[in-house]
Design a protein around this ligand. Structure first.
Ligand code: FAD
Length: 469
């Protein structure tokens, strides 16, 4: 991959205003560049408008619903049946999304980033074209950052024009709770929607073709999650595929699963992966190469194969996460202006916002072994933790994976309340090169969920006083 020397002042055009693109634009503007951000839909991209934020807003509503339903357990009674008001939940979600989007728009305006509505494409060296209903605008650019993100994969197997077949975007825009929901794909997105719709009262079935849900994570962790899902009333079938669509009817779809079972559902969510938003970019014109799956190839500095063109976030494949996109955006902006920052994804926290939450960083025990390490683990159960019990959230555990010889922390996997926050303590410890003994020796506030991490670190050495022996 090549690049020429940065120019001053640098004109940077960013294509795509998601968490990657807007972060790149803000950072580049802070560093003195003349920045134009091109967005074909809404700033904030997938994450803010149809991903991370709307799902978490709905999950907060369903969590509140769950807690209210458990009133008797917590020592209070509710006057009448607790029932979801989906229209109000959706309105709350929209209000949060709008507030955040307005915030991003304000940040861009304050930094004097020029925003251009339209579809951007690379039109040769140093040139970007933006097409909108008003025509085509040409822009000169010293650097281009491609941040066009991804969209739900739409396998031809399903007829997405049928009202019962939905992507994650379609499901987020429902106006009524479906009586039944079949989720195809047990990755993070499928699991989050399971948590939401089970609580809302839909009859939920999830099918995953691999032997475990969330196949990228620790087997023990996902097995517990599977147990939680089944206990919550969802049907979860692993090693199972939709073999064929048996019938599209009015208001429902019927599919045949592996083994011959027929399932009819009001809504069918296809969440089997994401496709890169590259078709509009005219990458060939600019000499930007893509990999076998169509994602843009980048080097460690996020440079593409075309001089002066960088790519960030989902469109580069790998870890399709908002925090990766944002970090990429900041790095790419700095590299466009002469920086030499290197992408390093080995300590990226991976979070699944189910009920209870799941999070991990670094290696699982199996992955450590596959990498030729000699792993040793320490575990602490939420059921033995004061804070978790006080919260009424005793499902789950934290497991720390360490190198038996060096005591280096190789990873941590966790399930339980607020673990999507606790995971950062493990990540920080790994980044600082702490040993499990040092983590175990750090005084942790009591009672906290973080104590489970400390206890798990102590358990690596058989030294957790709260583990029954
Ligand atoms: P995007 O957010 O996809 O933004 C790309 C932008 O580029 C879009 O606004 C698009 O309109 C625009 N665009 C595309 N092509 C062009 C063009 N030619 N011209 C102009 N504009 C263009 N990640 C997490 O980390 N945590 C979560 O909890 C989480 N939850 C999710 C839940 C769901 C349901 C989904 C679908 C995703 C979730 N993600 C989550 C993933 C996260 O949303 C993405 O990783 C993140 O948005 C990627 O950011 P990006 O900037 O690379 O791309």
């Amino acid at each position: 991959m090549t690049d020429d020397k940065p120019l001053q002042p640098t004109r940077i055009v960013v294509i795509g205003g998601g968490p990657g693109g807007y972060a790149a634009a803000l950072r580049a503007a802070d560093l003195g560049a003349d920045v134009t951000l091109v967005e074909r839909e809404l700033v904030g991209g997938t994450c803010l408008n149809r991903g991370c934020i709307p799902t978490k807003a709905l999950l907060s509503s369903t969590e509140a619903l769950r807690k209210a339903r458990l009133g008797a357990e917590y020592g209070f009674s509710v006057g009448q049946d607790v029932v979801p008001d989906f229209v109000r939940m959706q309105a709350r979600k929209e209000q949060i999304v709008t507030q955040l989007r307005d915030g991003v728009t304000l940040l861009l305006r304050k930094r004097k980033v020029k925003t251009l509505a339209g579809v951007g494409r690379v039109a040769g060296s140093g040139k970007v074209e933006v097409e909108s209903s008003e025509g085509v605008v040409s822009l000169e650019a010293d650097r281009v950052i491609l941040a066009s993100g991804s969209e739900p994969a739409l396998p031809q197997f399903f007829d997405f024009s049928h009202p019962s077949v939905a992507t994650s975007t379609g499901l987020l825009n429902l106006t009524k709770i479906p009586s039944s929901l079949l989720i195809v794909g047990g990755g993070a997105i499928g699991c989050e929607f399971l948590s939401i719709f089970v609580e809302l009262g839909s009859k939920v079935t999830l099918v995953e073709m691999m032997p475990q849900i969330v196949p990228t994570e620790d087997a023990r962790l996902t097995k517990q999650l599977l147990g939680v899902f089944r206990k919550s009333g969802a049907e979860v079938l692993v090693k199972t595929k939709v073999e064929r669509v048996a019938a599209y009817s009015e208001g429902s779809v019927t599919v045949e699963l592996t083994g011959g079972e027929l399932v009819t559902c009001e809504k069918l969510l296809v969440s089997i992966g994401r496709s890169p938003n590259t078709p509009d970019l005219r990458l060939e014109t600019a000499g930007v190469e893509v990999d076998g799956r169509g994602f843009i190839k980048v080097d460690e500095n996020l440079r593409t194969t075309a001089t002066g063109v960088y790519a960030i976030g989902d469109v580069t494949g790998g870890m399709l996460l908002a925090h990766v996109a944002t970090h990429d955006g900041i790095m790419a902006a700095e590299n466009c202006l002469g920086g030499t920052r290197v992408r390093d994804l080995h300590l990226v926290p991976r979070c699944i916002y189910t009920s209870p939450e799941v999070a991990a960083v670094g290696l699982s025990e199996d992955q450590a072994r596959e990498e030729g390490r000699e792993p040793i683990t320490g575990t602490f159960r939420m059921g033995a933790l004061g804070k978790a019990l006080a919260m009424g959230e005793s499902q789950g555990f934290i497991q720390v994976v360490a190198d038996q010889r060096t005591d280096e922390i190789l990873g941590a996997s966790m399930m339980g309340p607020h673990v999507t926050d606790v995971v950062h303590e493990a990540a920080a410890a790994m980044r600082a090169g702490l040993k499990t003994r040092e983590l175990a020796d750090m005084i942790h506030a009591h009672p906290t969920i973080s104590e489970a991490l400390m206890e798990a670190a102590a358990d690596v050495h058989g030294e957790s006083i709260h583990v029954a022996r």
